[in-house]
Design a protein around this ligand. Structure first.
Ligand SMILES: Cc1cc2nc3c(=O)[nH]c(=O)nc-3n(C[C@H](O)[C@H](O)[C@H](O)COP(=O)(O)OP(=O)(O)OC[C@H]3O[C@@H](n4cnc5c(N)ncnc54)[C@H](O)[C@@H]3O)c2cc1C
Length: 342
């Protein structure tokens, strides 16, 4: 089989690229999962996206199942911070199905097994046969075959995370619990579909009661050394674009898919490389803060949060930085993650 553009993976990154290429001839999307498994895979997610990212990524109102108006974070030592936000819980599998139906690309069911370069293009061996293409978009997630075979690199960080759906009412608050058994990590509890909450935590931690569905996936973050090689581009999780602190990655995946598609339309993949290089989503400060924070004990977290005992404000943030300059990078990155990272 031959096509002009092959997108491997029909998650948020791949479907966003396919939709942005709508109208172009010769666009194929390769997806390994059958419909039922696809739905289950893509519902292993908190599905929370900020209003800002929804706008930038082009997530429509139809895909939003509820709204979030605050983030609350509970730290060891009894410090609770509440920050007003504007965001949404989306029905991710439903959104992806609609995008697939509307994008106009040819959908091929099969798994990419290996990729090789040939005559300025790419030959992808798949369980459905060989596919030759001129442009290749690697939207194949955490364990990307395109990244392995064309780029020979790994994302800076990778975490196995469990997500469960349990009965409950999450209201409109995205709640996080830091430390206290999740060393260097945290758990979250988000509103989901009516009567259900979505709870995420590091693999190996104890499960909540009354789980109605459960799944685990790897979360890559911290970026990759380069996202463009010849006419091949890495987008979304394949490019390590999930945020290293708050783990939001849907918006960045969709935006990167759009940017890679723009570069294909222009016939200039290097323009995507420039966008990737400057992108806030892989700002090294997130990874540095992740590494610093992961090494903190509950006692360190208590000390770092002491200035916020009576609530969070920018002024208190500035005072906290003066009090413990060594924590400044983490304070700053948390603020950036709240603002840009999800
Ligand atoms: C537990 C958990 C909770 C999360 N919660 C949030 C959240 O609340 N908000 C948020 O913004 N982000 C969240 N994220 C991050 C977000 O899920 C990812 O950043 C996002 O899914 C990345 O999209 P993607 O399209 O790059 O990759 P994926 O969603 O992983 O899609 C990759 C697609 O490629 C297909 N594929 C893979 N390999 C092959 C192959 N070899 N051949 C063919 N097809 C292949 C897969 O089947 C899949 O359909 C969460 C992640 C986890 C693990």
């Amino acid at each position: 089989m031959e096509c002009r553009v092959l997108i491997i993976g029909s998650g948020p990154a791949g479907m966003s690229a396919a939709n942005a290429l709508k109208g172009m001839d010769g666009v194929c999307v390769l997806e390994r999962l059958t419909d039922g498994v696809f739905g289950r895979y893509h519902s292993v997610c908190g599905e929370a996206v900020s209003e800002r990212m929804c706008r930038l990524a082009g997530i429509d109102r139809e895909s939003m199942v509820s709204d979030a108006d605050a983030i609350s974070i509970s730290f060891p030592g009894g410090v609770d911070i509440r920050v007003p936000v504007r965001g949404h819980i989306i029905d991710r599998p439903g959104m992806l199905r609609r995008m697939r139906e509307n994008c106009g690309a040819e959908l091929v069911r099969g798994t990419a097994v290996s990729v090789r370069e040939e005559d300025g293009g790419y030959v992808v061996s798949t369980t459905a046969g060989e596919i030759r293409c001129r442009y290749l978009i690697g939207a194949d997630g955490a364990h990307s075959v395109v990244r392995r075979d064309v780029f020979g690199s790994e994302p800076a960080g990778m975490l196995p995370v469990v997500n469960t759906l349990s009965p409950g009412d999450g209201g409109s608050v995205l709640a996080f619990t830091v430390g206290g058994g999740f060393d260097g990590f945290y758990s979250w509890r988000f509103p989901s579909k009516p009567g259900t909450v979505s709870i995420g935590f590091p693999k190996g931690a104890e499960e909540p009661d009354g789980v109605v569905s459960r799944g685990a996936r790897h979360l890559p973050f911290g970026g990759v050394p380069r996202a463009v090689s010849g006419n091949a581009m890495l987008v979304g999780d394949a490019a390590g674009l999930a945020n290293a602190l708050c783990y939001g990655g849907i918006g960045a995946a969709m935006l990167s898919g759009k940017k890679a598609a723009d570069a294909v339309r222009r016939g200039r993949p290097e323009t995507y490389g420039r966008w990737y290089g400057r992108s806030i989503y892989r700002d090294p400060r997130f990874m540095e803060a992740h590494e610093a924070f992961s090494a903190w004990t509950d006692g360190d977290i208590e000390d770092a949060m002491e200035p916020f005992r009576r609530g969070y404000s920018l002024l208190r943030g500035a005072r906290a930085m003066l009090r413990r300059p060594s924590y400044a990078g983490v304070y700053m990155a948390v603020w950036m993650a709240l603002r840009f990272g999800w």
